[in-house]
Design a protein around this ligand. Sequence first.
Ligand code: GTP
Length: 469
Amino acid sequence: MAGEIITIQVGQCGNQIGKHFWLQLAKEHGIDKDGQGITNNEEVRDDDTNPFFKLNDSNRYTPRALMLDLEPSAIQDVQNTFPGVFNPRNTWISPEELGAGNSWSKGYDYGLANQETFMNMIDREIDATENFEGFQLLHSVAGGTGSGLGSSLLEAISDSYPKKFLTTYSVFPSDESEVVIQPYNTILTLRRLEENSDASIVFDNNALLNLTSRVFRDPYTSYLHTNQLISATMSAITNPIRFPSYMYNSLPSIFSTLVPTPELHFLVPAFTPFTSDYVSGGKEPKNNTAYDVLLDLIDGSSSLVSNTIDNPTYYNVLCSLVGAVEQNDVLRAIIKAQQRLQFAPWSFSSVHVNVGRRSPYLSAQTHHNHINGLMLANTSAITSLFTKTCKTFDKIFSKGAFLNTFRDGKMFQNGWDEFAESRQVVQDLTEEYLAAEQETYLDGVLLEEENMVGRHDGRLDADGDDNIV
Ligand code: GTP
């Protein structure tokens, strides 16, 4: 059985995404908005609710979640959506209720000042687990709370629980962003993502807004739309944990397939098709094949991060499909993918494909030939986001613009070194991704057998090579 995962939602964006994530999970596990399960007899269930929910004394499913914010509205919205379901002791709203005013520094200082409270909340939640596996932090990198308070939490968690898996779902701002200091917040947060998280799934609001206008055919895009795209993706990533089979049923088994070295842990998600089971107002499920879905995933149009790099290099790719999948379609698609995607010379040049189980509570269950798919890619395409962040940062930092917001911050009492250091971390990260395109990248890294994650599943991939799962 998979271990338990604690979700930590920080700031407006983190809590709004969290709301849609729990709505999707409740739907997929037959749980009402008051926490009542259609069945709570774990014996008759063939899903596994335990990683994300605990069954409380009154037989209600409670999300293993912490909700933190400096102002109340986003958390109140989650609480109103699921009355009485979230543990009130896992909720923290700053008494001032003022938000961080988009300042990373304010958020970070609130995080430091309340660190003990947060760590006590986390410890208490871990006490309610038997086989605790790790964390997922949901936040935006550009506001003040999700980025700043989120950064201080990332540091504290990786310090206190270095052996537990720490993943993040991190939303990057759109180019049309109205807040001038967002590049500062983003650079400072990227440093913590690089240094403290084990795997970060990246979303960018540019790509999300473009996708929503296609998926919803609605010119008036809103966070309600973008957040459903994110929650669909999160549902697909966690599917093998919640509907377990023998592959990819834990955070380490999913992410070790994708993360070759500790630095290269920024993952680009894609999902298709966004049917009505995942997004309200989405397309009705139609017959399709695993071949169609896999090719759509690799062509880039369903990516949730925009890319401006031609022919990016791929290091690792994991796809996950649910529906009636024909093995032959998968093999044909893998061959096509190997021709179309340019893999790093040292990588396995293979697209790993997991076939998951669809929730019995989703209507597409009745469409026997309908398939939904997720792709998580570790690719040099992500460097376009890092480069853009550095450029927008340089523009304002070189002129010393808008630094007043940070002047009172504890991190900046002795000057602006933290900015220059964080900028350097992002530069080094970009260079690491580019160095990984070279054949020699892994030279000197000992691939001892105990470092190889996964096991042999006895099957061959399209090249006739052994398949490691
Ligand atoms: P403060 O408002 O400063 O206290 O910090 P915060 O972390 O609560 O701010 P917020 O989460 O609003 O972060 C701002 C950034 O996140 C901007 O780039 C917004 O476009 C983006 N954002 C805010 N809410 C959402 C959301 O629900 N979905 C998505 N996709 N982006 C969001």
